[in-house]
Design a protein around this ligand. Structure first.
Ligand SMILES: Cc1ncc(C[n+]2csc(CCOP(=O)(O)OP(=O)(O)O)c2C)c(N)n1
Ligand SMILES: [Mg+2]
Length: 394
């Protein structure tokens, strides 16, 4: 690498610009569409238990998403956001980490959280804002967080987590913990200034962070063709001096192996690494969105055949690891567990109203206390408008 002033840089004598297509990054893939390893791709480094664990977490996530969209349609839940089609990207990457590595999510990474062991009950306590919600009911649905599972709470403003991840990883390096952080974000969030600041900072001060981009084709209704003209997000990493790879985001094995290797390099060399996982958001952006207004059925159907869960199933079948009875029992068990957890959460009390102003300050300052008292009076005076909270005033 040459500094601009380097006397060693080779000289050219015609004004040859580097073309915008000079860097066309290939895609790292292990499994073809049919679930068979590509010729020359060796899947033997991925243990059967890991494949099963990834598959199971992805199936749980898919079923959870289906059930919660239905619950939103039934008016039981205000909002939900599915990860359908992106399970290999989130679950596969979580599997490639160590359990103590910090995850800084965007919001569509419930698969990673599930892989770490978040239970159906914990999902429901957050979604329904019960008194057992780890976030004390203060966030809108899908803003999960878990200290025990090293999963930073989701932030709604896009790209918040990207510079935070660089800083967090730098702290881990200074503490000599031998850990790294992973930061998930969409290709849309990579248009935010914070993405650029984070990559530059991480490269210059050498932070052991994995920048994991889920390139799912859309930022709500804006397709990637209207988002950037360069070679995606991986090419930007190279520009900042961050080693970068593009992977097939619907291939569990490739995502797992790439993340494992990224982790090894990040921790052993103390450097950032960027992974761009090419995938497709099969569902709507959220339950507030209707994709039929901006993309065709044909396009969606074309992507169905890359479904990551179908592909890992085909791989398992080819390995002789598939057990139809186990699969049926697994799915039925998850469905029952999710439904039961939802019913339990719906019947649980809301957190006490006072939880609203805790945790930011050691003791709530006068202005928060004043606002709390006004709110308390409002709830007291209109109990019918706040049926869950009315009985939860201290
Ligand atoms: C700073 C900011 N701007 C806009 C929004 C509204 N918004 C929420 S999600 C989203 C699209 C993000 O797309 P992408 O990063 O590709 O993630 P994906 O939803 O595709 O997973 C937008 C514009 C926001 N939350 N924060
Ligand atoms: Mg996107």
């Amino acid at each position: 690498m040459y500094a601009p002033s380097s006397v060693d840089a080779p000289r050219i004598h015609t004004p040859d610009f580097i073309t915008e297509s000079a860097l066309t990054i290939p895609i790292y893939g292990m499994l073809g569409e049919d679930g068979r390893p590509y010729e020359g791709a060796d899947p033997s480094g991925v243990a059967k238990e890991i494949v099963l664990a990834m598959h199971d977490a992805a199936v749980f996530t898919r079923l959870l998403d289906e059930r919660m969209v239905a619950a939103q349609r039934q008016g039981r839940l205000s909002f939900y956001l599915t990860a359908t089609g992106e399970e290999a990207a989130t679950v596969g990457s979580a599997a490639g980490l160590e359990p103590d590595d910090m995850i800084l999510p965007q919001y569509r990474e419930q698969g990673a959280l599930r892989y770490r062991g978040f239970t159906a009950a914990q999902f429901m306590d957050q979604l329904f804002a019960t008194e057992d919600d780890l976030g004390k009911g203060r966030q809108m649905p899908v803003h999960y967080g878990s200290r025990a599972l090293s999963y930073m709470t989701v932030s709604s403003p896009l790209a918040t987590q990207i510079p935070q991840a660089a800083g967090y990883a730098y702290g881990q390096k200074l503490a000599g913990e031998g850990r790294c952080s992973i930061c998930y974000f969409g290709e849309g969030a990579a248009s935010e200034g914070d993405f650029h600041a984070a990559l530059n900072m991480a490269a210059v001060i050498r932070c052991p962070v994995i920048f994991f981009c889920r390139n799912n084709g859309y930022a709500i209704s804006t397709p990637v063709s209207e988002q950037y003209a360069g070679d995606g997000v991986a090419a930007r990493g190279v520009g900042y001096g961050v080693r970068s790879i593009r992977v097939d985001g619907n291939d569990f094995l490739a995502v797992y192996l790439a993340t494992q290797e990224a982790r090894r390099q990040a921790v052993s060399e103390g450097v950032p690494v960027l992974i761009e996982a090419m995938t497709y958001r099969l569902g709507a952006h959220s339950t507030s969105d209707d994709p039929s207004g901006y993309r065709s059925r044909k396009e969606e159907e074309a992507w169905q055949r890359f479904d990551p869960i179908a592909r890992i199933r085909a791989f398992m079948e080819a390995q002789g690891w598939w057990d139809a009875e186990r699969d049926e029992a697994l799915r039925q068990g998850y469905r029952d567990e999710i439904l039961a957890a939802m019913k339990t959460a719906e019947a649980k009390p809301a957190p006490s109203l006072a939880r609203l102003i805790e945790d930011v300050y050691a003791a709530p300052p006068w202005n928060l206390t004043e606002q709390y008292e006004a709110l308390r009076e409002q709830v007291r005076a209109n109990p019918d408008a706040y049926p869950k909270t009315a009985g939860r005033i201290e």
